[in-house]
Each structure stands twice: as structure tokens, then as C-alpha cells.
Design a binder for this molecule. Structure first.
Ligand code: NAI
Ligand code: A1CAB
Length: 275
């Protein structure tokens, strides 16, 4: 695929996606990013060699694929701004919205046209090619456009389709927001290790490598997660005490509550910003 991809918004998530795309060999000359902030655009141009502009209409004009990557709070304003260009094109671009919580119908309404829209919930590890995205296509998306969206997000990680749009809120809870949960846990582990006497450098390296090793084992192993956990726990050993402590502090319940809060907020954002 070497279609022109325009990103409306050049923030953390856009950078993760186009950074990952370029890293995977996608031509930077086929990517445009927009932002009202000139200094941000200059940095993006210098770092990635992409086209940049403050002009959302210009970017929309030349896009085969238009990625809406602004905050949900301002998506309505941005869609209404670009609507005349989208409507006047012979064929509207494939629109990929990464905004949390905002439904395809709201975007269609703001654009004033029944455009092909793929809603995507990505995550920031896309920047290093290990992203995880959920995708949902509205009924105007052709099979070819579905393939294009899958290739785009597949270039920066794995992409899973959901058949019902509300399931994207569950994707937000399990992967979109989830890198932050792991960073929080890593930080807590590092701080505890420092308190127990390790240097900050050793604590960081050991905790990070362990997270990487555990994730790779979970991906590669045919054994269940319970079995993998039990393999670390010697009877009456040290791990058992750590797991018992986590369980008595309701670790699993805390994770479930966090994911429910995340999903509920994604649902509330639809009501708050999707009207
Ligand atoms: N950061 C994350 O981990 C994830 C974010 N998302 C979604 O991605 C979207 C963007 O989030 P972030 O990149 O984190 O936000 P961000 O604040 O880092 O980026 C937003 C960008 O939009 C630009 N912008 C502001 N007004 C604009 C306008 N009128 N026209 C064009 N650009 C404009 C800003 O200059 C900034 O570059 C949000 O809708 C969020 O829900 C989805 C999944 C994960
Ligand atoms: O926190 C947020 O709202 C966005 C959506 C998923 C990750 N970041």
C-alpha cells in the first residue's frame, strides 16, 4: 500500500503510528501530519521527513486515507471544518478515527456524508512495532478499504476486528489504555526494589527485562497463564508469598475495577463529546 495518508493531529498517538509505519518501510513522502502548532510540525518534519501543514483542508484534499487523531473533545469541530472538502471529493477518503469513544455515526453526521469510516483503538507501543489495535468498520467501508486499514495498523503491530462498535470500549480497556497500567506496575516494582537496596539502574533493567520475558512467555507458551505462574511458585517458596500478598490485596479485583472504569469513561465520552 503506498496511498497518501494524512494525520489530522500530530500528537503522541499519531507519532506512534506514523513513526512505526516509517520504521516498517512506509515512504515518509506519502505521509502528511497537521497541527496548529508550528514548532510541533517542524520537529515532526525534521524527525520523520514527513510533509506537515497547519492546513487541515489541504491535508484532507490529498489524502487517500485520512486519520483523525485529535482529542475527542475537538473532533466535532475538526470534522465540521473538513466537511466541505470531504463532501466535494469525487470519492471520500477512507477515514480512520482513533478518537476514544466517538462513534462512526457521530463522525458521519459531522462530515455530512456517508463516508467509509474505520474506527480504530490503537496503543502507543505502535511506535516500536508492537502495537495492538481494535478495528471496527461501518457499512460504507469496502473490502479493499478494510484490507488497507488492516495493513496500515498491521504495519505497527497486531490488529483485531470487532463486529460490534461498542466492543471498541472494551478494547480501550484491555489494550488502548493498558500500556499505562504496565508502566505503573513497572514503576512500583522499581521503587520497591530500590527500597530493598538495589541501584535504580539495576532495578529498572531487571524489572523491565522480566516484564519482557513474561510477556514473551505468555505469547509463545502453550501452557495456561495459571500454569506459567505455578511454574515460578515453589511450594512454601518466596513467589507463593508474593502472590498470596497480591491476592489478599485484591490485585485481580483492582485490575477488573480499573478496566471497568476505563470502559465506562470511554462510553461516557461518547455522550459528552459525540453529540
Ligand atoms: N495516547 C494514546 O495512548 C491513545 C490515544 N488515542 C486517541 O488518539 C487521539 C489523540 O490522542 P493523543 O495523540 O494522545 O493526543 P495529543 O494531545 O498528544 O495529540 C493531539 C494533537 O492534535 C493537535 N491538534 C489540536 N487541535 C488541532 C486542530 N484543530 N487540527 C489539527 N490538529 C490539532 C495537537 O497539536 C496535537 O498534536 C485522541 O482522540 C485519543 O482518544 C487512542 C488510543 C491510544
Ligand atoms: O486516555 C485516553 O483517553 C486515550 C484512549 C486510550 C489511551 N489513551
Amino acid at each position: 500500500m503506498s496511498q497518501h495518508i494524512a494525520f489530522i493531529g500530530a500528537g503522541n498517538m499519531s507519532r506512534a503510528i506514523y513513526g512505526g509505519l516509517i520504521r516498517s518501510g512506509y515512504p515518509a513522502s506519502q505521509i502528511t501530519a497537521t497541527s496548529p502548532e508550528l514548532d510541533v510540525l517542524q520537529t515532526q518534519q525534521n524527525t520523520y521527513g514527513i510533509h506537515t501543514t497547519t492546513d487541515n483542508l489541504l491535508a484532507t484534499t490529498k489524502a487517500d486515507v485520512l486519520v483523525l487523531a485529535v482529542k475527542p473533545q475537538i473532533l466535532k469541530m475538526v470534522c465540521e471544518e473538513i466537511a466541505p472538502v470531504v463532501k466535494n471529493r469525487k470519492a471520500p477518503p477512507l477515514i480512520i478515527s482513533i478518537a476514544a469513544g466517538i462513534e462512526c455515526n457521530a463522525i458521519s453526521k459531522w462530515l455530512g456524508v456517508e463516508a467509509p469510516i474505520v474506527r480504530c483503538m490503537p496503543n502507543t507501543p505502535a511506535l516500536i512495532g508492537v502495537g495492538a489495535s481494535g478495528l471496527f468498520a461501518n457499512r460504507f467501508v469496502s473490502d479493499q478499504q478494510k484490507d488497507a486499514a488492516e495493513q496500515l495498523m498491521g504495519a505497527v503491530g497486531i490488529a483485531e476486528w470487532v463486529t460490534e462498535e461498542p466492543l471498541l470500549n472494551a478494547v480501550t480497556a484491555v489494550s488502548g489504555s493498558a500500556p499505562a497500567y504496565f508502566f505503573l506496575m513497572l514503576n512500583a516494582m522499581q521503587q520497591a526494589a530500590i527500597q530493598q537496596g538495589l541501584s535504580a539502574d539495576s532495578a529498572r533493567k531487571l524489572a523491565q527485562q522480566t516484564a519482557l520475558g513474561a510477556a514473551k512467555m505468555a505469547i509463545d507458551s502453550t501452557e495456561s497463564l495459571t500454569r506459567l505462574m505455578q511454574n515460578v511458585m515453589s511450594p512454601q517458596g518466596s513467589t507463593e508469598q508474593a502472590i498470596l500478598s497480591l491476592q489478599s490485596n485484591e490485585f485481580s479485583e483492582a485490575i477488573e475495577a480499573a478496566m471497568n472504569a476505563c470502559k465506562a469513561r470511554a462510553e461516557a465520552m461518547q455522550k459528552e463529546f459525540g453529540g
